[in-house]
Design a protein around this ligand. Structure first.
Ligand code: ADP
Ligand code: MG
Length: 245
């Protein structure tokens, strides 16, 4: 059984189909990179997987638990969020919490840990993401790269079955992109299952087990990175790659 099975996920906004029936399976330890033009539904898809958006139709099975994603109860939403964690393009840190508190808050609220245990774990995570010297820093005092380290730390702390990254480096200064990709490569080496939306093609080539191309809310191409990136079948994939490469 795959770690994640998504069947026929659909989502419309104002009667416009944004996800037109997405089917996807992700195996334990697999790293899937999603490519696609702006507005093709990549973020909406990831957000549905974490129930940040409620899909109109479709079933999500994660780690053998079936989620009726269209009418999620609060306990089901929490259960799904214990198994998936989201890393946002714009970091989405709590502005009024310190770096450490951003991580411990998630551990207390989502994982139900005591403050003491969360604190200890939070400090260990800060170390893993190279931010141990900034535990009391406010997000606004940190660079984008540092904020994203905290964002990734917050997601890692939950020890999710599946990590979801939505363009984690696209808001960063170019010289900061490498350090975040490096951190993600380390997670990949630890066999962390991940779905990553990114335009970093060399990263996709190196790290992905599978590359998927989405256009207008549909998966139109899926395969090993060498096949999709070097020998795309669909003209839309070719056109997109010509633009980003
Ligand atoms: P991508 O991440 O591939 O750039 P998105 O999933 O963000 O694409 O958006 C796909 C389309 O859905 C866009 O046209 C966007 O304007 C629309 N959309 C996304 N979120 C909402 C929302 N909450 N309300 C209305 N329209 C939305
Ligand atoms: Mg997006």
């Amino acid at each position: 059984m795959a770690l994640l099975e998504v069947s026929h996920l659909q989502k419309s906004f104002a009667d416009k189909a944004i996800l037109a029936g997405i089917d996807l399976q992700v195996e334990q330890g697999e790293i899937v990179v999603i490519l696609g033009p702006s507005g093709s539904g990549k973020s909406t898809f990831l957000r549905c997987l974490n129930l940040l958006e409620t899909p109109d139709a479709g079933v999500i099975t994660l780690d053998n638990a079936v989620f009726n994603a269209t009418k999620p109860t609060k306990p089901a939403t929490l259960a799904l969020r214990r198994k998936t964690a989201f890393v946002f393009q714009n970091y989405a840190l709590f502005r009024n919490k310190t770096a450490l508190e951003n991580i411990t808050e998630a551990l207390v609220v989502v994982k139900g840990l005591s403050k003491e245990v969360a604190q200890e774990k939070g400090l260990a995570i800060l170390k893993q993401v190279g931010m141990e010297d900034f535990q009391n820093a406010w997000p606004s005092s940190l660079s984008g790269g540092q904020q994203q380290r905290i964002g990734i730390g917050r997601a890692m702390a939950l020890e999710p079955e599946l990590l979801l990254f939505d363009e984690p480096t696209s808001a960063l200064d170019p010289e900061r992109v490498g350090e975040i990709l490096h951190l993600m490569k380390r997670l990949a080496a630890e066999n962390q299952s991940m779905i990553i939306v990114t335009h970093e093609i060399p990263f996709a080539r190196e790290v992905a087990d599978r590359v998927i191309f989405i256009d207008e809310g549909r998966i139109i191409e899926s395969g090993p990175p060498s096949r999709v990136l070097d020998n795309p079948k669909d003209p839309r994939t070719r056109q997109f790659l010509n633009q980003v490469l």
